[in-house]
Write a protein that binds this ligand. Structure first.
Ligand SMILES: Cc1cc2nc3c(=O)[nH]c(=O)nc-3n(C[C@H](O)[C@H](O)[C@H](O)COP(=O)(O)OP(=O)(O)OC[C@H]3O[C@@H](n4cnc5c(N)ncnc54)[C@H](O)[C@@H]3O)c2cc1C
Length: 439
């Protein structure tokens, strides 16, 4: 492929120098010249100052028609009401359990459409395409929550394998996400973490879990797709870290196929990120690191108090933010060896990473530096990052309505306030409606 005409000699030289430097310092060199050219183009196309306006709602909602925007405003308005969300959660779960078809279709046409891609992979194609048309990638997330039987675990594994195959045929989907509790019994993970010895049954159960995990990672590697493994409760996280690290060792030699998740609200995770990096360097593989703040804060604190051990969570939000942003700096500083994903809706943390990339003159679309938000939320971050040329994706849950209900309830709770104040999402949608003159 040819270098771009404008500034070609200069940029050709720049990359030659960079390549020589990478080789001489033992850093991995991208084999694919096309990738180098894409990165060169990224530097050519964007200025080296940060042109990022997260308040630009015209970019944030360009993918939504007036009708869709009004529907979002109506939904976020309903979700603002804490009491209604509480009531809806109770009624919704009961009605779905009773198999009331009417409720399922109401949920499908309202909150499901706001936060999910579709009931199947095929059903999600339109959403994936719309995102991609606006420069945003998709991370497929099969919406099944924790399971308990071997049959269910195998079913979840097969669903992940199907998603990998689907992703391999769609440039808009570079990654799929998986949850170990969808592939292993919670009690088994808990017992391993407690150090309880295996018996014949649990040993065989554990082997089956490893086989499922290996099948997913092997298929991802073969199909040139990546896999994010979610982080979960701290009392089952040790075996999760152990298994995911095993998979990284096996599959991350040439590119980042497997990513572990680091919950930076935990006091020990910054050190764990550094230790994971050192281990990967020592053993010669690339670290995959998805950074999140953490979703189980109340549960973690409550359990620690009940069982009288020190809470594993930072004492306040500022301490979590500090750890998170330090983690982001660490990943950007070591981007040659860490494929990272900044999975957050926090404006400052997103701006920080974008700032660092630009200041360090790293191509904005370097495959090791990624951003991600949940589908249906923080469009102001996602679409403005995409427009500025960064790698950004939406986590897109999909699956039968009844399977994703717990996920939808969590999203509704996140967008409600006891005081009835307008949520951040609601405010942004209203701002855009006013700009369009429809609100
Ligand atoms: C793409 C994506 C993938 C995710 N995957 C996972 C996952 O695998 N595992 C997981 O656990 N979560 C996951 N999450 C959820 C994530 O952990 C956060 O709960 C959520 O994103 C809110 O954090 P924030 O950075 O977006 O925003 P913010 O609103 O800035 O942060 C809120 C978060 O800060 C922390 N916090 C709030 N108050 C305090 C306090 N008083 N003291 C200490 N800390 C506090 C909590 O973690 C809280 O969730 C994911 C989120 C995204 C966007």
């Amino acid at each position: 492929m040819r270098w771009r005409t404008s500034g070609s000699t200069l940029y050709g030289y720049y990359f030659w120098v960079k390549l020589e430097y990478m080789k001489s310092s033992g850093k991995p060199v991208l084999k694919n010249k096309e990738k180098l050219e894409r990165m060169a183009q990224s530097i050519l196309e964007y200025p080296n100052t940060l042109d990022l306006d997260f308040n630009n709602t015209s970019v944030a909602f360009a993918h939504k028609t007036d009708k869709e925007l009004k529907k979002s405003a109506w939904l976020f308005g309903l979700m603002n009401r804490h009491w209604l969300v509480g009531l809806g959660a109770k009624l919704g779960v009961t009605a779905i359990r009773l198999h009331l078809p009417f409720v399922e279709s109401v949920v499908k046409n309202t909150i499901f459409d706001q936060f999910c891609g579709g009931t199947t992979l095929l059903d999600s194609t339109k959403t994936i395409q719309t995102l991609h048309n606006n420069g945003v990638f998709t991370i497929l997330d099969y919406g099944a929550e924790a399971k308990e039987t071997e049959e269910d675990f195998n079913k979840t594994m097969r669903e992940s394998l199907r998603a990998i195959e689907f992703a391999s045929k769609n440039v808009a989907v570079p990654v799929i996400s998986a949850k170990i509790t969808g592939l292993a019994r919670f009690g088994l993970l808990e017992s391993i973490q407690k150090g309880e010895p295996f018996n014949a049954e649990t040993r065989s159960e554990y082997r089956s879990v490893l086989k499922r995990l290996d099948a997913i990672c092997y298929s991802a590697e073969q199909h040139k797709v990546s896999v994010f493994f979610d982080a979960e409760e701290s009392w089952i996280q040790i075996p999760i870290d152990h298994m995911v690290t095993l998979m990284m060792k096996r599959y991350n030699k040439k590119r980042v196929v497997v990513y572990n998740t680091f919950q930076m609200y935990r006091t020990d995770r910054l050190q764990f990120l550094i230790d994971s990096f050192n281990l990967a360097r020592k053993e010669g593989y690339l670290l995959g690191a998805k950074l999140v703040r953490g979703a189980y804060m109340d549960k973690e604190r409550e359990r620690a108090e009940n069982l009288r051990y020190p809470s594993p969570i930072h004492k306040d939000k500022a301490a979590t933010d500090e750890a998170y942003n330090t983690g982001i700096r660490f990943c950007v500083d070591n981007y040659q060896y860490i494929g990272s994903c900044n999975a957050s809706h926090n404006t400052e943390s997103n701006r920080l990473q974008a700032d660092l990339i630009v200041k360090k003159n790293i191509p904005r679309n370097h495959p090791h530096l990624n951003f991600c938000q949940l589908y249906g939320m923080s469009d102001n971050l996602t679409f403005n990052l995409a427009k500025a040329g960064f790698n950004v994706a939406k986590y897109l849950p999909y699956g039968p309505v009844r399977e994703v209900i717990p996920y939808l309830i969590r999203r509704a709770q996140e967008n409600s306030t006891v005081t009835g104040d307008m949520s951040r999402e609601h405010r942004l949608v209203i701002q855009e409606m006013k700009r369009r003159g429809i609100g």
